[in-house]
Design a protein around this ligand. Sequence first.
Ligand SMILES: Nc1ncnc2c1ncn2[C@@H]1O[C@H](COP(=O)(O)OP(=O)(O)OP(=O)(O)O)[C@@H](O)[C@H]1O
Ligand SMILES: [Mg+2]
Length: 368
Amino acid sequence: MDDFLVIDHVTKTFGAQRAVDDVSLAVSPGEAFSLLGPSGCGKTTLLRMIAGFERPDRGRILVAGQDITELPPEQRPVNTVFQNYALFPHLNVWENVAFGLRMGRRPREEIRSGVDRMLELVRLAEHARKRPAQLSGGQRQRVAIARALVNRPQVLLLDEPLAALDLKLRQHMLMELNTIHEQVGTTFIYVTHDQGEAMSLSNRIAVMNAGKVEQIDSPEHLYETPRSSFVATFIGDANFFTGKAVEMQHEGYVRVMIEGLGSPLVLSNGVVSSNQMLRLMVRPEKISLTLKRPLSGERVNAFPGVVEDSSYFGSHTRYRIRAGEHLITAQLQRSRFSGGEISPAHGTSVWMSFHPDEGRIVRLEDAA
Ligand SMILES: Nc1ncnc2c1ncn2[C@@H]1O[C@H](COP(=O)(O)OP(=O)(O)OP(=O)(O)O)[C@@H](O)[C@H]1O
Ligand SMILES: [Mg+2]
C-alpha cells in the first residue's frame, strides 16, 4: 500500500489542553479511513488540521508526497463535509452544488456537466430545482456531499456527517456513502464517535482516546484482536478478567488463573512469561450457555454460574451470569441450529463455555 495522506507526529494544544497528542498515521489512496473515538478525543481538531483550518504546533501533513502543512485551506487538495452541512438556503440544489465551481471560474460547460454528474451520483437529479428547505434531511446531506465532491478533491473529509439523521436514514446513507466511495474512488476520512458507522464504512479505523491513537486496524482486527481494554470496549461489548499467566503452553496458548472463576486456556498473544499479570477479554457472543458441563475435554473453557438477569433484544438475548465476584455477560442468538444452547430463566444454574481461541489478552495498564 502506498501512503497517500500522511500525518507525521502532529500535535495541537489549546491553552493547557493537548487536543491532538503526537499522532502519526498513513492513509492509502482511495481508502475509506475513519477516526473513531469518544467526544473530545481530538477527532475534529485532527480533521481541521488536515483541512487547513487549524495549524499544528508540531508535525507535518502530506498529501501525495507534498507537504501541505503551511498551505491555506483553499490551496489544499481536500474538501470537507461538516456535521451541520450549511447549504445556501436561497440557492436551489443545482446552484448549491455548482457554487464551488463557479467561484473557481470554471468554464460554463464544465460546470454544467460536473454538477449534472454529481446529482446523478447522489440520486438527486429530479430534485435539482428544489431549495434546501424543501428537502429531507438525507437529501440535504447528499447535496452537501455532492457539493464537496464536485471539484474532485483528492481527499474528502467527513465530520460526523450523519449525526443529524435518524437511525433508519443513517443506515440508508451509510450504504449510499459506500456506493459513492466505490464510484468516485476518492480517499475518505470519516470522523465519528459511532463504532457501527465506522465499522460499516471503513477499510481501516484509527481508534482515538484523549488525543492519541490507540490502535489502527481493519474493523475485523479491531473487533477480534483489540490491543487495549479501551479499544475492546469502544468497539463492541466485552467481559474483562484480571488474572495471572500460570502455564505457558507450546502452540501459542497460555493458562490464566482468574481468582474466583478458574483457569481458562487462551491464545497467548503478547504474554511472555509465567506469573505475568494480565487482562483477559471475552466477547459476550463468544460465550455459550448449557445446563450440563460441556464434554469436549480440556480445550473448552467451562465455568459454572447462575443466571442473574436477562434482556430480550429481538435478534438476540443478553444474560448476566453470576460466578462468585464475577458478573459475566453472555449474548445468545436463537436459531434452530444452536444445538444444546438454552434460554435459561433467572436463578438457573448454567455452564458458560468459550473456545480458547476466543479469549483475548489485552494490555493490563489501562483498566476499563
Ligand atoms: N478552538 C478551541 N479552543 C480550545 N479548545 C478546543 C478548541 N477546539 C477543540 N478544543 C478542545 O480540544 C479537545 C478536542 O476537541 P475536538 O473537537 O477535536 O473533539 P472531538 O473528538 O471532535 O469531539 P466530538 O465527538 O464531541 O465532536 C476538546 O477537549 C475541546 O474542548
Ligand atoms: Mg468533533
